[in-house]
Design a protein around this ligand. Structure first.
Ligand SMILES: C[S@@+](CC[C@H](N)C(=O)[O-])C[C@H]1O[C@@H](n2cnc3c(N)ncnc32)[C@H](O)[C@@H]1O
Length: 200
């Protein structure tokens, strides 16, 4: 069985590069591999705290881009041009504030949303799926036709149905695991491209 190593290679690498979390390496790997971000893009990053993904996304879009992070927790000092919103993404008012802050049809929605774990597997799974479906609904509102989404998902439960739901909304869906994900974790990422237009 995999052992949990809080101070593993990625933790040390994050510290050495001045990144707030090892999570940054996950989005760095995904956007590099899948060539998902162009300069000047508009991005919404759901579940952004403490801000690891924001650093990578802000760097990738450059000063004329737009990155809007949303989280229940405050995310101190977001790197320009990123801005953040404190709020619950399952709440309609937060969704409206985030969409307004993005300022136009988004090129990419990223979601690293994860619930506070209770240790009760069925409950944690249900909470994760609830957050994922809120992220998918948000993407349905915010993305431009042809836009892309990256979303954290956990293997188990309704995994097959989740992938099918994304395939309904996007032309191309792949499921990937990142090198920075902790050994033994069931965490995966859905990379979905080509958001279908709403009337298809
Ligand atoms: C794994 S962390 C994200 C790490 C982040 N990507 C980074 O690079 O630093 C998951 C985040 O999801 C947030 N979250 C959980 N439920 C949420 C909700 N309903 N609305 C907004 N954020 C939520 C948590 O507060 C937590 O900060």
């Amino acid at each position: 069985m995999a052992t949990y190593q809080p101070h593993d290679r990625y933790y040390r690498k994050a510290r050495a590069r001045g990144l707030v979390s090892r999570a940054a390496f996950k989005i760095e790997e995904i956007i590099k591999r899948s060539k998902l971000v162009r300069r000047d893009a508009r991005i919404a990053d759901l579940g952004c705290a403490p801000g690891g993904w924001l650093v990578i996304l802000a760097r990738a879009v450059g000063p004329a881009g737009r990155v809007v992070g949303v989280d229940l927790a405050r995310c101190p000092n977001p790197p320009p041009p990123a801005v953040t919103i404190v709020g619950d993404i399952t709440d309609a008012e937060t969704v409206e504030r985030a969409i307004a802050a993005v300022g136009g049809p988004a090129d990419l929605v990223t979601s690293d949303l994860a619930p506070k774990l209770s240790g009760i597997t069925a409950r944690d799974q249900a909470q994760s799926e609830h957050l994922l479906s809120a992220a998918r609904a948000f993407a349905g509102r915010a993305l431009k036709p042809g836009g892309a989404m990256v979303a954290k998902v956990f293997m188990g439960g309704d995994f097959k149905q989740i992938v099918a739901d994304f395939a309904h909304d996007f032309e191309q869906v792949e499921v990937t695991r990142t090198a920075a994900t902790r050994p033994g974790s069931s965490e995966l990422y859905i990379v979905a491209r080509g958001r279908k237009s709403k009337d298809t």
